[in-house]
Ligand binder design. Structure first.
Ligand code: TUI
Length: 315
């Protein structure tokens, strides 16, 4: 089944790298694409000219297909879409909104469209509007998140659409990948584990924070103001909670987070930086190359499949 995803994107392994703001640079995206997955350059909150440079840099670092993720809450989203139409990466992924109005121009440019969705309704709408695939992203993910878990979202999206579904959220090893395939997904999106890749240029402190994280360390802030974000617990997340509980205004709370990702990614500020990461941070134990990370999802899968066959035998 994964062949549909591999054929669609022109890749060897059905592994898509998550479009992590700041973290998903040209270096990371090119490394994932060179290793046979689909690397993604994330626009995050960057202006359009910066995104154009990052796309051009990625083109220099790989001759394999890669994608660009546009975060639709960005004030620059429309300008970035124009850049994407001009630069023509193989794939566009979107997050944090409905990309419907951009789809005709993207299709016209021959770019494959793969929106990230956190609900069945948006998945259906995206298929109707012409998306080529959807990423069904569970609440286990890092960054801006929806409500439903990967376990319940993926099969519902699979039942609702006939385009390929890529599972995301908490898929940090081959067990998660096989479980995703059991749910009907045809590919997986991996984010958090790629933060801890050799090729990711995030500050070493950010990577070590992910490696040190335990099961309940990836917490959600911003639930009350309607923009929930998952990140590793630190002084910043505690201050968010305090302000929210004290009834601070939306503006005041948003102000707190300004520059947070940059502080974590560039300066390695693990206290007041925003260390966005998914729940699977606790399952990431070392820094490896992107090629080794991808390989680890596909080596030794037979044992798991044999064990599943035994456990699900009917007498
Ligand atoms: O977009 C993401 N994850 C992100 S974006 C991001 S950048 C950021 N920086 C600072 C503060 C906040 C965010 C970090 N992480 N994931 C994909 C995703 N999309 N998750 C949930 C959604 C989503 C939510 C609501 C998609 C659509 C939607 O509603 C659309 C509609 O109109 O129905």
């Amino acid at each position: 089944m994964s062949a549909r995803i591999c054929d669609l994107f022109g890749i060897k392994y059905p592994v898509i790298q998550g479009g992590m703001a700041w973290v998903a640079t040209a270096e990371l995206a090119a490394a994932v694409s060179n290793a046979g997955g689909l690397g993604i350059v994330a626009a995050g909150g960057a202006p359009a000219d910066v995104v154009r440079e990052e796309i051009r840099k990625c083109k220099k670092l790989t001759d394999k297909p890669f994608g660009v993720n546009v975060m639709l809450m960005s004030p620059f989203a429309a300008d970035i879409m124009q850049v994407v139409v001009e630069e023509k990466p193989a794939v566009i992924a979107t997050g944090a909104g409905n990309p419907g109005k951009y789809i005709p121009a993207l299709k016209e440019a021959g770019i494959k469209i793969c929106p990230v969705v956190s609900s069945v309704a948006l998945a259906r709408k995206m298929e109707k509007d012409g998306a080529d695939a959807v990423v069904a992203e569970g609440t286990e993910s890092g960054g801006h998140i929806g409500e439903l878990t990967t376990m319940v979202l993926v099969p519902q999206v699979v039942d609702a659409v006939s385009i390929p579904v890529i599972a995301a959220g908490g898929i940090a090893d081959k067990r998660g990948m096989i479980a995703s395939f059991a749910l009907g997904a045809e590919g997986i999106q991996v984010g958090t584990r790629f933060i801890c890749s050799e090729e990711c240029i995030a500050h070493e402190n950010y990577k070590q924070a992910v490696i040190k994280a335990k099961d309940r360390d990836a917490v959600v802030t911003g639930r009350l103001n309607g923009a929930p974000v998952r990140a590793l617990k630190n002084s910043l997340t505690k201050e968010y909670d305090r302000l929210e509980k004290a009834g601070a205004s939306k503006d005041e709370i948003e102000q707190l987070g300004v520059g947070g990702l940059r502080r974590a990614f560039q300066e390695g500020d693990t206290k007041t930086g925003s260390l966005m990461a998914g729940q699977s941070a606790a399952m990431v134990t070392k820094i490896e190359s992107c090629a080794d990370i991808i390989k680890s999802y596909f080596e030794g899968t037979e044992e798991i499949l044999e064990a599943i066959a035994k456990k699900s035998e009917v007498e």
